[in-house]
Design a protein around this ligand. Structure first.
Ligand SMILES: C[S@@+](CC[C@H](N)C(=O)[O-])C[C@H]1O[C@@H](n2cnc3c(N)ncnc32)[C@H](O)[C@@H]1O
Length: 189
């Protein structure tokens, strides 16, 4: 785990806006995120921006079977580490703004939940839409797109995207403290 933290920090030094945190999320944050998921819903659990797998481990601890998880990470060095550490989880090295293609290529039609720790507040409105819309379309009624942020406001442009959302958890035992927002399709969707 120490070597993961070193890799994460060195990548943050190189690409601070992409990595967006100096260290991986804490187990407290991972447990809080996983506790917001209803695994009785059908479909896959999608994790976006899996990093070194801190939130992935929380999902596994909460009882999510590895074969229900699909994790996406853009940084090849991190994705390689995820494949080594979680050989039975489907790991995609790729850009979450290309999710629509990924869903078609992999035949993913139904999602139980989405867990995102992407630095999405820094994405353009177009890229936010490219991430969120294909997910909401596959989450179905009651499905939630869960987003980690350290901002004290919605990291997604709710009005522009036509979605609803609220902050559902504050986790202080993390560096920096994190908030979790839950989003769902707006009334018009
Ligand atoms: C704040 S870190 C979170 C890492 C890990 N989930 C955690 O909580 O410790 C954000 C992660 O999102 C990844 N990321 C950033 N932009 C991405 C994109 N467009 N597609 C996929 N992953 C991306 C980064 O490489 C980084 O690993």
């Amino acid at each position: 785990m120490a070597s993961e933290a070193v890799l994460f920090f060195s990548l943050w030094l190189q690409r601070p806006l992409q990595i967006a945190a100096v260290s991986p999320s804490s187990s407290h944050l991972a447990n809080a995120m996983a506790g917001l998921i209803d695994l009785n819903r059908p479909g896959l659990v999608l994790e976006l921006g899996a990093g070194t797998g801190s939130l992935t481990r929380g999902l596994l601890r909460a009882g999510c079977p590895p074969d229900r998880l699909v994790i996406v990470e853009r940084e090849p060095a991190l994705a390689d580490g995820l494949r080594r550490n979680f050989p039975s989880i489907r790991t995609v090295t790729g850009d979450a703004t290309r999710l629509a293609d990924l869903f078609v290529e992999r035949g993913i039609t139904r999602l139980c939940a989405v867990v995102s720790s992407l630095p999405i507040k820094w994405f353009s409105p177009i890229d936010q839409r490219r991430v969120v819309e294909p997910c909401l379309g596959r989450l179905g009624p009651g499905g939630r797109f869960l987003q980690l942020t350290n901002a004290f406001a919605s990291p997604l442009a709710m009005n522009a995207l036509g979605i609803r959302g609220a902050c559902v958890a504050h986790v202080w035992r993390n560096l920096p403290p994190g908030q979790i927002w839950a989003y769902s399709a707006g009334d018009g969707a």
